[in-house]
Design a protein around this ligand. Structure first.
Ligand code: NDP
Length: 287
């Protein structure tokens, strides 16, 4: 029996519809929800992410303040643009598209965004609040994963969740959220220092793959009927594809034959990330 496919596109659309309603209510009060998206350089993947965020904001009835800067923008120039956006009352959220060029210190940039506009949840204050369970923004991709688990009624409390990847934007926040009492999972966090990854993934009720390694998780690495969430978005060369590449996740699609639940790539976690970003912008505008 093959897995139930977790449709992130459909759930993402449902959330975006709800955000649109919230956005209309805000506009009736004279508040136009606005996200400033700052892109430095012309990395094709970043440009395509920014384009889809722009489109999603428009469809949710929100304003997108698109700020495109050349590759040679200095760190000081970028910091002063962020300071200006922090002061601008018409801007409710600020997102600096990652990665920034190598001559710019990304940590400094994340620290410069005012925490009340930090809809990406990258600022240390936002991260601290999230870990302590205090009110604040939740990081978009981990929040999207949790929404998907809930939508499909996957038992989280008492489950063993194995996360592959310890990045600041996916693995670490997910582990912290899943151990909250409201979720109550037991979490194992794996990384490149983990010896024998399969030893852990085979014990998992829920596997969340966020390693950025195409097809890392194979069918023989999972327990029968496990819920497998694939966060990975990897470009792999494919001469038969129009663009010369195709997108694939961190999970071998053959896993769907053995798993209980499975997220496709594309159409799984990706659309949830954008939906949760829009929700954060709406929440920022409400404040
Ligand atoms: P990072 O490169 O920042 O982190 C990858 C993590 O995976 C690291 O902790 C690394 O370990 C670990 N890792 C890499 N290879 C292995 C391996 N063979 N075994 C065990 N652990 C491994 O990536 P991100 O977290 O930023 O992104 C991960 C993936 O998710 C990417 O494909 C990215 O494109 C995608 N992504 C998708 C999003 C979405 O909306 N769907 C949003 C964000 C990211 P170590 O720390 O030891 O190096």
């Amino acid at each position: 029996m093959s897995a139930i496919i977790m449709d992130g596109k459909a759930l993402g659309l449902k959330i975006r519809e709800s955000v649109k309603v919230q956005s209309t209510a805000l506009k009736e009060k004279g508040i136009m929800p606005c996200l400033a998206v700052v892109l430095v350089g012309d990395d094709p993947a970043s440009m395509s992410y920014v384009k889809s965020k722009d489109k999603a904001l428009g469809e949710a009835g929100m304003e997108s303040r698109d700020i495109r800067l050349p590759e040679d923008t200095s760190e000081d120039q970028l910091l002063s643009i962020i300071a200006e956006l922090n002061r601008d009352d018409k801007v409710h959220g600020i997102l600096v598209q990652s990665p920034v060029p190598k001559h710019i210190n990304e940590e400094k940039i994340n620290d410069a965004v005012a925490p009340h506009k930090d809809v990406d949840c990258f600022h240390p204050d936002s991260v601290g609040n999230m870990i302590l369970g205090r009110p604040g923004f939740l990081p978009c991709t981990p929040h999207g994963v949790l929404m998907l688990l809930r939508e499909y009624n996957i038992p989280i409390s008492g489950s063993h969740a194995v996360i592959v990847g310890r990045s600041n934007i996916v693995g670490k926040p997910l582990a912290n959220l899943l151990i909250r009492r409201e979720y109550n999972a037991t979490v194992t966090l794996c990384h490149t220092g983990t010896k024998d990854l399969a030893r852990y993934t085979l014990q998992a009720d829920i596997i969340i793959a966020a390693a950025g390694k195409p097809n890392l998780i194979k069918p023989d690495m999972i327990k029968e009927r496990a819920a497998v969430i694939d966060v990975g978005i990897n470009r792999v060369e494919d001469s038969s594809a129009q663009k010369g590449y195709r997108l694939c996740g961190d999970v071998d699609p053959a896993v769907a034959q053995k798993a209980g639940f499975f997220t496709p790539v594309p159409g799984g976690v990706g659309p949830m990330t954008i939906a949760m970003l829009l929700q954060n912008v709406a929440d920022a505008a409400k404040k």
